[in-house]
Design a protein around this ligand. Structure first.
Ligand SMILES: Cc1ncc(COP(=O)(O)O)c(C=O)c1O
Length: 367
């Protein structure tokens, strides 16, 4: 059995370091908003080339608080994509704003040529999603945002360490990360962070995550309780040390898959301007459902990221979209398949996954 992810292996590979970091926190007797979070915020913000990091409870919370910090809310419109994880859109809706979708391109990233068509006087921000570990075309997005005076909130949940033209995401002044356990950098529980260049936004975010308090028992604004725990921060500090190394291994696995699979299925796009960190390795084939079923029978775990486009989700019917509105998104939802990619995969497992895909595809091509 080769599962789509293996978090136990991730723990065991660096067990001693994780164990001593966890014990250090337990021994300190300090669990919320302490030294570990403070240090990790500094380290991760610096890694992203930003001045401030604000640790929060999840990637969803990071997006929601970013919207709130920018005073985006009721009736405002946010431009994003229908091909993303549910939380991107759930956060927009939780803020009171309305998602306005633009289709993705063949690379499954925001089609920047479609953005201008949906800008109205209510548009406040663009929320590009660096899906699967690959950055969106940020130069064009920045240009449009400047022309129309819009904020940019980058959803970097799948893109720790991803680069656009030699610069790590986020490329604009603000980006939101998730530390969900299976991410390139994951906690052993929920976690998230906003990184930003802006001191003013950072100050607001620190209040928002802690009941709106400016100082203890002094609420300056309405806020939430969404703080990164000391235990998660200490675990994430260990992982940050290895992020570049782990991303490099993911890339080597992707190159191996590319070589083995390029004649068999559609492999992920590679763009010279971008450093892909392969949070997911997503192949495409019009025989996707049968391939998934057969691989499952053969003990190869796969997943579909994502099977139901956001504009067709039951919860979001009220937005008024219908089948046929976003051709590339709907096509992708039928053809994409994520196959195992994580630094702890062995060479034999990589070869086996590719070999099984080849066998199944060849059998399906037969009479
Ligand atoms: C693209 C994207 N945005 C947002 C999130 C939300 O992150 P979390 O699960 O930490 O709330 C995720 C992860 O699930 C994601 O993949």
């Amino acid at each position: 059995m080769i599962p789509i992810g293996n978090l136990r292996r991730k723990y065991l590979v660096r067990k001693n370091e994780f164990d001593s970091a966890i014990l250090r926190v337990l021994d300190s007797g300090w669990f919320i908003l302490g030294k570990e979070v403070e240090e990790f915020e500094k380290e991760f913000a610096a890694y992203c080339g930003k001045n401030y990091g604000i640790g929060v409870g999840s990637g969803f919370d990071a997006l929601l608080l970013a919207l709130k910090a920018l005073e985006i809310g009721d009736g405002d419109e946010i431009i994003t994509v229908p091909h993303t994880a549910i939380p991107t859109v759930a956060a927009i809706i939780a803020s009171g704003a309305i998602p306005k979708f633009v289709d993705v391109g063949e690379d499954c990233l925001m089609d920047v040529n479609k953005i201008k068509e949906v800008i109205t006087e209510k548009t406040k921000a663009i929320m590009p999603v660096h899906l699967y570990g690959q950055a969106c075309d940020m130069e064009q997005i920045l240009e449009i945002a400047n022309q129309h005076n819009l904020f940019i909130i980058e959803d970097c949940a799948q893109a720790h360490g991803a680069e656009y033209k030699g610069k790590r995401v986020p490329i604009s002044t603000l980006g939101c990360f998730s530390f969900y356990p299976s991410k390139n950098m994951g906690a052993f529980g929920d976690g998230g962070m906003i990184v930003t260049d802006s001191e003013a936004i950072s100050t607001r975010l620190k209040m928002l995550r802690n009941y709106g308090q400016a100082t203890r028992y002094h609420a300056k604004m309405q806020g939430y309780n969404t703080r990164l725990d000391e235990l998660h921060a200490t675990i994430l500090r260990v992982q940050l040390k290895y992020l570049n190394e782990d991303n490099e291994i993911r890339k080597q696995i992707a190159l191996r898959y590319n070589l083995l699979l390029k004649e068999i299925v559609t492999i992920p796009n590679v763009n010279q301007n971008k450093k892909h960190v392969y949070h997911l390795y997503v192949i495409k084939t019009d025989k996707r459902d049968r391939l998934k079923e057969k691989l499952n029978e053969l003990g190869i775990g796969t997943e579909i990221h994502y099977p139901i486009p956001l504009h067709l989700q039951e919860a979001y019917k009220y937005l008024g979209y219908k089948n046929g509105d976003f051709a590339q998104t709907e096509k992708a939802a039928k053809e994409i398949l994520s196959i195992p990619i994580y630094p702890e995969l062995t060479d034999t497992e990589i070869e086996t996954v590719a070999q099984k895909i080849k066998e199944v595809m060849q059998n399906m091509a037969g009479p």
